[in-house]
Design a protein. Sequence first.
Length: 456
Amino acid sequence: MSYFTFDELTPNAEGQWLEQSLNSLKFSRLLPLASRPGKLASMGDAEQTAFGRFANAVKSNRDEWVYDFDIANLRAKALFFADAYNAALDAGDESYDPVIKWSRDLRNEYRRGRRIVYNDGNRIKSLYRPFVVKHHFADFTMNDVLTGNHYEMFGPDLRQPNQVINVCVNGKDFYALATDKPVDYHFVGDTQCLPLYRYTADGERVCNISDWGLRRINDHYREEWGDYFDEAYPDGITAEDIFAYTYAVLHDPVYRHDYRVDLLREFPRLPLYRDFDQWAAMGRELLELHLGFETAEPYPLHRNDVGANNYSPRRGDATPKPILRADKDRGIIRLDEQTTLAGAPADAWRYQLGSRSALEWVLDQYKERKPRDPTIRERFNTYRFADHKERVIDLLRRVCAVSVKTMDVVDDMAYWKGDKLIVFGDRDKHEWEMLGLSQWFSEPEDPEWEASWSET
């Protein structure tokens, strides 16, 4: 034992032994975004949170049956599933034939005698993974967790306009991505959804930013800014302003660094930075990029087709073998044996959503895979990359542009240079000290700003 040295571990106030947060007390004093009691409370002051409602994303527990890139194949799968399920129900068969995918929730619905009624109106578009849209058969019975919360977010047909901040709560990574469509539970890790609006049973769209949150934030900045508040916000800070501000802060490298341990264990909280209007503007820019990725101006990736004339479907030639792999160091994307895209800048790969960049999420989701479900594998395994190749090329160019522009916005907040965080002067000195970041102040790019800093 003399060869070993031991460190004595002492739990902190939260009972954490390992990976202790150095800023848990500061984090606990920030504005709560949401809480479970708040979710169950009225939209008044029953709970002091910025958002009134939040929810898990949709969890089907049979993704291969209810999602597909091809709408005709999705329809065929849903009809087969409904017919098999209803036939068993009519026969009183409780053997739960594995020809379809059963789960605890589906068995419960079966015992209640609930039928599956196929309806084309249940086919919607959902975001399955970051920047990857699929057709989704959003039937209540065939999706284990498709609840009133999701209809509150997107209306009775799940198609009504909304903006939702989706945050990862899997305890491994923290990141956020906004959408205007329903999302799968594993869209960003284990996904919690914070909508800007919600829809009542009568179809009325109402604000999901709580009365308490609106009043708390307006009161804070009215006191902080004095007369400037009325000049900047004559009608007050709105729910849309708060939503955009929140989205920007959740991308802030300073926030993610300082509270990295807390964000893996708790729901995000909101610091109130002095320059609210600048942060809200950055949030609006990020929202426009991420919600509108399908119509973004494509990045000029150079396409190179090798031996394109060697493949001829008319001659019965096989299509080029899919590869869908990135060489990030060289900025090259290999789509298949025939086609590469070149010129992807380093900034495009820096835009990370968990373990992958946005571009890598697209590449991963369009790979050809052997389905796990035996019935899908035998009857409905129709996906071929070649059928979607041109659409994927277009999507990659647009997501590349979104990635580069996202990092432009984020780098205006702060950026890493080696092991130092270069922080720009868009917040007051006392706030940096509160966040414990004064040791990272280095190399300010604006000499006038540096002079003003030293005078404060």
